[in-house]
Design a protein around this ligand. Structure first.
Ligand code: NAP
Ligand code: FE
Length: 366
């Protein structure tokens, strides 16, 4: 089954094309952004005249950091309520987009910080428009929001159909200003989503044509994008791949490949995509025996075998090592094993297997 209630506008001038659809979503918009990407990407400059033209007033909340935490969501909710906004427009990478979704839920249901992860408290949401400025998370068309719990400092996602954006805007021009590091890390996140669409026990062959194409687009364009950041053809390809990755995980969710990286992001500040990339090879090797048919189909499509694919992946600086000692790695095992995305992995690792996987990213001497 494929279900996607988001209208996707893709390509040059996608935002202008969506203007009429945006205008009917509400009477006052809360625009949710990070510190500078909404301006740097050019997306905000495109949006404001559209809102002016349609007579829609707005407030801007630009306090979202990378890996947004629940305190920021509460501050956004307060602004949304006090300014009487009735729909949300997120502009950014996954961080502002996930925050926009959570703010919409928090304001619509009057949630407290402790209730953000409580599925029973979610009855409605204000409409969400998501304007992507990175080619990574696919958050503009997923029902997920990944937050850091401000009390425990744990990073964890939740899903609710209520927060599927009504409208996703994917204009590759907005990604031209991402730094080489963000371009790489976000592309690796998209690659991870695509692979996890195959790995997940909720996988569906209906999605495989998109997934295979997305992986090929990344394999064929990532180096070009890093060499020539202004290359529009490469950016378009990576945006398409990221969109396919989002559509995949909207249906299959992510797996251990994601949950394993979260503590490395919160503890060592490793950007999300890179935290997936650190484990990409070891997880593929771990899963490969039980999803052999699916991976065979993928590599036949790509015209290579797993080893040459992993050889290609090795060209990128994603095998980060961290100074975590054995005790620290072992302390994370229960939370990784209990994560909802670990549970839908094709193989459930034992605690000892997981420890062996984690040891791969340990700096020598730690
Ligand atoms: P991000 O955290 O949104 O942004 C990373 C950095 O890139 C920030 O400094 C940001 O600046 C900057 N940036 C973004 N777009 C830019 C542009 N066009 N030009 C210049 N700088 C730009 O990165 P992300 O990888 O897209 O999102 C990661 C988050 O998404 C994580 O929290 C992850 O867990 C989550 N995620 C969510 C889903 C989902 O389905 N909801 C899936 C995977 C991951 P600003 O600070 O100014 O914005
Ligand atoms: Fe991700």
């Amino acid at each position: 089954m494929i279900y996607l209630p988001t209208r996707i506008f893709f390509g040059k001038a996608a935002l202008a094309e969506a203007a009429g659809q945006i205008a009917v979503l509400g009477n006052r918009a809360l625009i949710v952004t990070g510190k500078s990407s909404a301006v740097e990407s050019g997306a905000l400059a495109d949006l404001l005249p559209i809102l002016a033209d349609k007579g829609i007033p707005y407030s801007i909340f630009s306090e979202i950091s990378e890996n947004p935490d629940t305190l920021q969501i509460m501050a956004g909710k307060a602004k949304m309520v006090s300014e009487g906004c009735d729909f949300v427009i997120g502009i950014g990478g996954g961080s502002p987009l996930d925050a926009a979704k959570a703010i919409s839920l928090a304001a619509a249901n009057d949630l407290s910080q402790d209730q953000l992860y409580d599925a029973d408290m979610r009855r409605k949401a204000f409409p969400i428009v998501a304007i992507a400025t990175t080619h990574g998370t696919g958050s503009e068309l997923t029902p997920y929001s990944v937050l850091t719990d401000a009390s425990s400092r744990r990073k964890a996602g939740f899903g609710s159909e209520l927060i599927f954006p009504k409208i996703a805007i994917i204009d590759p021009a907005y990604t031209l200003t991402t730094s080489p590091k963000v371009s790489l890390n976000t592309s690796i996140d998209a690659l991870s989503h695509l692979l996890e669409g195959i790995y997940s026990t909720q996988r569906s062959p209906l999605l495989f044509p998109m997934i295979f194409r997305g992986i090929k687009l990344i394999r064929d364009h990532l180096e070009l994008c890093l060499k020539e950041p202004q290359n529009m053809r490469a950016r378009e390809a990576l945006c398409l791949a990221s969109m396919y990755g989002g559509i995949a995980i909207a249906h299959t969710s992510t797996t251990l490949q994601h949950s394993i990286g979260y503590p490395f992001t919160t503890q060592f500040g490793i950007p999300h995509g890179l935290a997936n990339g650190m484990f990409m090879e070891v997880i593929m090797r771990f899963y490969a025996p039980v999803i052999k048919d699916e991976l065979d189909a993928l590599f036949t499509y790509l015209g290579c075998d797993m080893e040459s694919f992993l050889g290609w992946l090795d060209k990128f600086p994603i095998k980060v090592r961290v100074p975590a000692d054995d005790a620290q790695l072992r302390a994370w095992i229960p939370q990784i094993l209990a994560a909802r995305n670990t549970v839908i992995s094709p193989v459930q690792p034992s605690a000892e297997e997981l420890f062996t996987i984690l040891k791969n990213v340990q700096k020598e001497g730690s």
